[in-house]
Design a protein around this ligand. Structure first.
Ligand code: GLU
Length: 517
């Protein structure tokens, strides 16, 4: 088969939510489809109607679109294999369930809920006791005539071994005695996952099934159905899990998973998130592998291959993601980044998405919205000024949500401080105020006349520190706190150049007043 005939699918439930783990599954399929020039299909598994939400499909498509992950076929855009929503395919499942019964590969089961319940009560781990497996034709007919509710179960071989190949885990053998007679069609005529997935993957010509490794032990059920219906098996690619940072359990919201929209809103770049997630369980090898692990999505597409996927689970590592994001931010360069910051502020932070309906926004999201609402008009008012300020900060930040605070002193008319914004280890607030008061005219002398140079500015501060018998660093820190409102900031001289002397002077005076009050 030619690679461009490859077809992969994502098969989410329409809950509207796309969190870290789901995003990684969507990404693996996407990278494989793009790397082979195959097709990427979105199919919606809504057979559990309780989990379905209004707008859930739109939310998923919209969220992935923000990461530039597009589908070639989906319920929203069609594609020749309709319908792409399982609840609209019930007659199809019914037809194949009947075929399986006729082939003696499945049977009607009329056991009541009460009976099944009492089986479970006897032994919690017990599987169905195959009570209806050998009903004779007449018994079945009578029950059907009497309109007794039924389910359809697969008639799984009682002995022997089922063998299949997984592209990551190799040849897998499972004893048939360990597999139960799985329900295929429920009383309400909805299919179960194990049945629908086979019917749909076959009818939609899916060639590669990427799914979590938790399905590996269940795959014999799928194998049995493919073989019984005389259908060619797809290639299975069971992917290792993304675990919580402590290695216990699949990544959960409580331990750091975020919604795919929230990452972008926080100012992680789409490429950085995808870069990080792609490397959870996969890595390129040889000469093409980069030491720093920083790849664009285009590079990931070019390098992706199933044989480099790992067998072991990965752990979520926020520090690594942060590190990668700051690298991607730097690599963007000032021009592109400036454009992206405006896009981020307008189209990601301030905009509401359908997905927001299903994920409660966090406190930081609410605060960020307020900050951006306040600063964005100021940023846009003078793009050159903004760019200069951003130039000093962008190599220092991890994600863009830090920007409103990081840049605030360039925009504020008045600074405010708290005690933690000053270094008072060696000198009291009063001493600092006195020092600032005395250094102000000295600074005015150079900046007021714009006769400054790096040497001159340092000479003034060091010289006056010597006069006071202070450590140089203490005086530099005092000036930094006074003029930026914080102990850490970009280089002062460069900041002053952007802010202009009048603003610096105003802040110095405000600081002196604050320190004396
Ligand atoms: N609906 C299933 C899930 O979300 C899909 C599994 C599959 O890809 O087959 O886990």
């Amino acid at each position: 088969m030619k690679e461009e005939d490859f077809r992969v699918r994502a098969a989410p439930s329409p809950t509207g939510r796309v969190h870290t783990g789901n995003l990684r599954t969507f990404l693996n399929n996407f990278l494989f489809a793009k790397s082979t020039n195959g097709k990427y299909i979105l199919r919606i598994e809504d057979t559990d109607q309780k989990r379905k939400v209004e707008g859930g499909i739109e939310a998923i498509v919209e969220t992935l679109g923000l990461y530039n992950i597009e589908f070639d076929e989906s319920p929203l855009k069609g594609g020749g294999y309709e319908p792409y929503i399982q609840s609209q395919r019930l007659d199809i499942y019914k037809k194949y369930a009947q075929q399986l019964v006729e082939k003696d590969c499945a049977y009607y089961c009329f056991c009541t809920q009460e009976r099944l319940q009492s089986l479970r009560e006897q032994d919690e781990r017990s599987t169905y006791d195959r009570h209806c497996r050998d009903l004779n034709e007449e018994e079945v007919k009578n029950n059907l005539d009497e309109k007794k509710p039924y389910v359809v179960r697969m008639k799984f071989p009682l002995d022997g071994v089922t063998e299949f190949r997984d592209e990551i885990y190799g040849t897998i053998k499972v004893k048939n005695s360990e597999v139960d007679d799985q329900v295929l069609l429920k009383t309400d005529e909805y299919p179960t996952y194990h049945f629908a997935v086979v019917v749909d993957d076959h009818l939609m010509d899916i060639t590669h099934v990427f799914r979590g490794r938790e399905y590996l032990s269940q795959t014999p059920k799928n194998v049995f159905l493919y073989d019984s219906l005389g259908w060619e098996r797809p290639k299975w690619v069971h992917t290792p899990h993304l675990l919580n940072p402590d290695g216990v359990g699949k990544l959960s919201k409580r331990k750091g998973a975020m919604s795919a929209v929230s990452y972008l809103r926080k100012g992680y770049l789409p490429d950085a998130v995808l870069n990080y997630l792609a490397l959870c369980g996969w890595a390129p090898k040889g000469d093409v592998a980069k030491q720093d692990e920083i790849y664009t999505v285009q590079e990931l597409i070019e390098l992706f291959s199933i044989d480099r996927m790992k067998k072991s689970n990965a752990r979520y590592d926020e520090n690594k993601l942060n590190h990668m994001n700051s690298k991607h931010v730097r690599n963007m360069g000032l021009e592109k980044l400036t454009e992206y910051v405006f896009h981020w502020a307008e189209n990601l932070v301030l905009k509401n998405f359908i997905a927001d309906e299903y994920d409660e926004s966090e406190d930081w999201e609410k605060e960020l919205k307020q900050d951006v609402k306040k600063y964005l008009p100021l940023w846009k008012e003078n793009e050159e000024y903004f760019k200069k300020a951003l130039n000093l900060e962008f190599e220092r930040i991890t994600y863009l949500a830090e920007l409103p605070k990081a840049l605030d002193f360039f925009y504020k008319k008045e600074l405010t401080w708290s005690d933690e914004d000053w270094n008072t280890k060696n000198h009291s607030k009063k001493e600092i105020a006195d020092a600032l008061e005395n250094i102000l005219p000295k600074l005015e002398n150079i900046f007021g006349n714009e006769e400054y140079s790096h040497e001159k500015w340092e000479e003034v501060v060091r010289g006056y520190a010597d006069e006071l018998d202070w450590k140089h660093g203490d005086l530099f820190l005092a000036v930094r706190s006074a003029t930026t409102g914080r102990l850490k900031s970009p280089p002062l001289l460069e900041s002053f150049e952007i802010m202009g002397w009048e603003k610096v002077k105003t802040f110095l005076k405000q600081a002196i007043n604050w320190l004396r009050s």
